[in-house]
Ligand binder design. Structure first.
Ligand code: 6CS
Length: 319
């Protein structure tokens, strides 16, 4: 039996590490009866095309990031809102993995698109790399900021006064190089492996949002699997949740060092001040209403539940 797994990132990425571990566990636990083939970004097309291939059943497993998937499932764009998540990654991980209410709703939304949601996880904080310093929303004025292709991201950056430009991942480097865009956001490991730092001068950590992704499988394929194989998939992705949090932290830490070594002249703003973040937080508030307009009442419920779950996990942690 052969299972195909497509990722939206290149070899050496967080998603690749996820897929490698998935492969290793599935192959050893099935005693070699199942073979998993990984398709890195670039072999099968853009994120949208990968999702389509899962839908058609050409490939069985894939990563589907809300940053692109929001065109198909508007409600997943809740994960793209700024200053909704906790500054504490453990708390975010816990809420993403252990909240039955959120999970039930997303399971249903994905199933309507013939996808089975397997897991939701963070690949680390979105970090801005830009051609000029950004410390206040005003600094974004007129900045052509590349965003992923989900419509909510246009609203998120328009709220800061930027000119958001949606592009597929594969086009970001050359768009920066040709000055068609002035900046982009991605986790550190991605900035390193896609070399975005080579064609920008500033790297700014605002902790405005984590990069959240989801792993999915074709629903009909999954439902047609013998129950022990379904179990195998579910227990494997469950196990991967803790593993991938460690991986992303390590990757993001180590790659930052690599970036600094390769480009000592890069200006790094490791943390905006609390006051500076507050200005972005304030400017981002109106986007929540735009999210609800895009995602409807289900979206509103998801947003309320996400905020409630994060606040409650933070309160528990503080005790
Ligand atoms: O920026 C993007 O489009 C991509 N970034 C990452 C880290 N993963 C996949 C996504 O498509």
């Amino acid at each position: 039996i052969q299972w195909r797994f497509a990722i939206e990132e290149t070899i050496g990425s967080v998603q690749h590490e996820y897929a490698l571990k998935f492969k290793e566990l599935i192959e050893s636990r099935s005693q070699g009866a199942i073979e998993v083939t990984i398709y890195p970004y670039g072999t099968l097309g853009t994120s949208d095309q990968i999702t389509e291939l899962v839908d058609m059943g050409v490939i069985q497993f894939a990563m589907a990031s809300p940053g692109h998937l929001g065109k198909l499932i508007p409600e997943v764009q809740v994960f793209l809102l700024h200053f909704v998540f906790s500054d504490d990654e453990e708390i975010n991980n816990q809420v993403l993995n252990d909240n039955p209410e959120l999970r039930r709703t997303f399971d249903e939304l994905y199933a309507r698109k013939r996808l089975k949601l397997l897991s939701i996880y963070s690949e680390g904080w979105q970090v801005w790399t830009t051609k000029k310093a950004i410390r206040t929303p005003e600094d974004f004025s007129g900045v052509k900021m590349r965003v992923m292709t989900s419509p909510l991201l246009l609203a998120a950056y328009a709220a800061y006064g930027a000119s958001p430009t949606p592009l597929p991942y594969s086009e970001v480097y050359s768009a920066l190089q040709l000055n068609m865009i002035d900046g982009q956001e991605n986790p550190v490991f991605a900035i390193q492996e896609m070399s975005f730092y080579e064609v920008t001068d500033w790297m700014i950590f605002a902790k405005q949002s984590p990069f959240i992704t989801t792993s999915v499988t074709n629903l009909e394929f999954f439902q047609g699997l013998p129950s022990e194989q379904q179990e195998l998939v579910l227990e494997t992705v469950d196990e991967l949740n803790g593993y991938i949090l460690e991986v992303q932290r390590e990757f993001n830490r180590d790659r930052l060092k690599l970036i600094q070594e390769n480009k000592p002249g890069l200006n790094i703003v490791p943390d905006l001040t609390a006051e500076q973040r507050e200005a972005f937080r304030d400017a981002s508030q109106s986007v929540r209403q735009q999210f609800v307009e895009l995602a409807g009442p289900e979206g509103q419920r998801l947003l309320d539940e996400l905020i409630r779950a994060i606040k409650s996990a933070e309160a528990k942690r503080a005790q």
